[in-house]
Design a protein around this ligand. Structure first.
Ligand code: ADP
Length: 256
């Protein structure tokens, strides 16, 4: 019965959310948060109403990237209000903590439970899209989140970087999605190459990716300028400039 009540609470909280898209990766640090934020901003620029749930409880970085790391979520009664930045609603573990320096050391099941509670207690409002920045990998945490949201998820984007075991990571993620009955929308290859700013030649520093090119949504270069903007919490400003990398990042939103 408690399971049923959580499902009811989640469904009630998400009743005015049209589509839920999850962003996954085989491991941490590959650019999953970059893709989640770019997707949200790209959809927002097209006029859709969007929210992001930062479900990467190990190292929540959505607030950081969006430049709201110093804010805290507010409550309305026992409900949580997303922080609105540029009309994008953001909810993250990080924004709940009073002491930011204190890392979350709760064990898996407790963390996932807390996350589901946040999900069900948030006043999401009317949104065309909810983007979920998932915990990395295909282990228990993403599995639990997907199981609770099961029929609500409209698709999943996978983020990888070139290198060893890519084929293995992609096929593992795809079978994970197949088994959980979530539609695989394709893969973003981040840090795919470096383009020499002087001569324009392309260097595939981490190697090539040997997956079916039809699956590849975008190839994002290693871009020191982008890294600088991210570091300063200015991903929105970065994506509003028109350059090769920003265009590729914004194009991801055409796949959802
Ligand atoms: P994840 O969410 O998978 O852990 P992030 O999106 O937080 O990964 O990115 C990890 C780090 O890598 C960030 O600090 C970001 O600045 C850097 N980064 C990601 N993609 C690029 C890129 N294409 N070019 C330069 N730096 C990048």
């Amino acid at each position: 019965s408690s399971r049923l009540s959580i499902i009811n609470d989640i469904n009630a909280a998400l009743k005015d959310v049209d589509k839920i898209v999850i962003v996954m990766s085989g491991k941490g640090g590959v650019g999953k948060t970059l893709v989640s934020c770019s997707l949200a901003i790209g959809l927002n620029m097209k006029g859709y109403s969007v929210a992001i749930l930062d479900a990467d409880i190990h190292g929540p970085s959505v607030p950081w990237m969006l430049g709201i790391a110093n804010e805290l979520l507010r409550a309305e009664g026992d409900r949580i209000l997303p922080i609105e930045i540029n009309d994008i609603g953001v909810v993250s573990f990080d924004l709940l903590l009073d002491v930011k320096e204190m890392p979350i050391v709760w064990r898996g099941p407790l963390k996932t439970r807390a996350l589901l509670e946040i999900l069900s207690k948030t006043l999401w409002g009317r949104r065309d899209y909810l983007i979920i920045d998932m915990p990395p990998g295909t282990g228990d945490e993403p599995l639990t989140i997907i199981q609770w949201l099961r029929d609500r998820i409209s698709g999943a984007i996978l983020v990888i970087t070139p290198g060893m075991l890519v084929k293995h990571i992609v096929s593992k993620a795809k079978s994970f999605l197949y088994n959980t009955n979530v539609k695989y929308l394709g893969t973003v290859v981040n840090m795919a190459y470096f383009k020499c700013p002087v001569c324009g030649s392309i260097h595939r520093i981490f190697g090539t990716v040997d997956i079916d090119s039809k699956e590849i949504i975008a190839e994002i270069p290693i871009d020191p300028d982008l890294a600088k903007y991210i570091e300063n919490g200015k991903i929105i400003e970065y994506l509003k400039q028109e350059n090769e990398t920003s265009k590729k990042l914004l194009m991801i939103s055409t796949y959802v």
